[in-house]
Design a protein around this ligand. Sequence first.
Ligand SMILES: NC(=O)c1ccc[n+]([C@@H]2O[C@H](COP(=O)([O-])OP(=O)(O)OC[C@H]3O[C@@H](n4cnc5c(N)ncnc54)[C@H](OP(=O)(O)O)[C@@H]3O)[C@@H](O)[C@H]2O)c1
Length: 242
Amino acid sequence: MRITKQIMQVDNKTIIISGASRGIGRATALLLAQQGANVVITARNVIELKEVESEGQGKIVAVPGDVSSEVDMERVVQTALDRFGRIDVVINNAGYGVFKNVDEISVDEWDALMATNVKGTFVLTKAALPTLKAQGAGHIVVVASDVAKRTFAGGSLYTASKYAQEAFMGALRKEVRPFGIKVTGVYSGLVDSHFHAKGHGHETSQNWLKNEDMAESMLFIISRPAHVVIDEFMVHPLEQEY
Ligand SMILES: NC(=O)c1ccc[n+]([C@@H]2O[C@H](COP(=O)([O-])OP(=O)(O)OC[C@H]3O[C@@H](n4cnc5c(N)ncnc54)[C@H](OP(=O)(O)O)[C@@H]3O)[C@@H](O)[C@H]2O)c1
């Protein structure tokens, strides 16, 4: 009985999700909207973003933008405030991977990935923080990866970005806890999103986590009672050794 009640606690909460045009972010937006949350989504692909909005039965608002742009992320936050008057949860999810050996990575590839995965997490979090602090409550979720805690050949750029998110969260958590703000790192293994080179739905990814598994994880994380914070959430497909 208690569990059912708590799972419904996202009802009418205002939740911002970056990288919600497809993959994990899209599935999370749709599930949270279905559970009654007011969801503000952002990403660069306007057509895909608007499709998610139209599937949200009036509970999803699309604000196109690049997560590394301060102007764009301030617009996302302002839209949430104008429409719903508060912000309960910010899910920093936008991100992508480049998997090459160090001597094959261009400086432009390095800068672009860091701008999305690391700077983007900072920019959206910074835009929302004054509101969360003034409320004396809020929840910042960062979709990192299990490679925020381990490395592999060919993963220098991507793992560096995820380790950076991990360090960012660690310091942020200490800064914002006195303001009643929760910080959760999500560390997942392989997810059958659009992230991987072989694309969504490939035969090699059929036993991986589904986008919907990640959405349910997100719902669980953000629907805990006010006094409970999940600092770290690690999840893998059973077939993946970690
Ligand atoms: N899939 C996995 O196996 C896996 C495992 C661990 C962690 N993750 C993490 O999960 C997060 C979500 O990825 P996913 O697996 O769902 O991949 P995905 O299906 O490719 O979705 C990535 C999302 O990020 C958005 N995005 C990328 N660059 C952006 C930018 N500059 N500004 C705004 N949005 C941007 C994309 O939208 P636009 O292109 O429209 O901007 C898209 O909505 C990422 O942070 C990724 O590192 C994934």
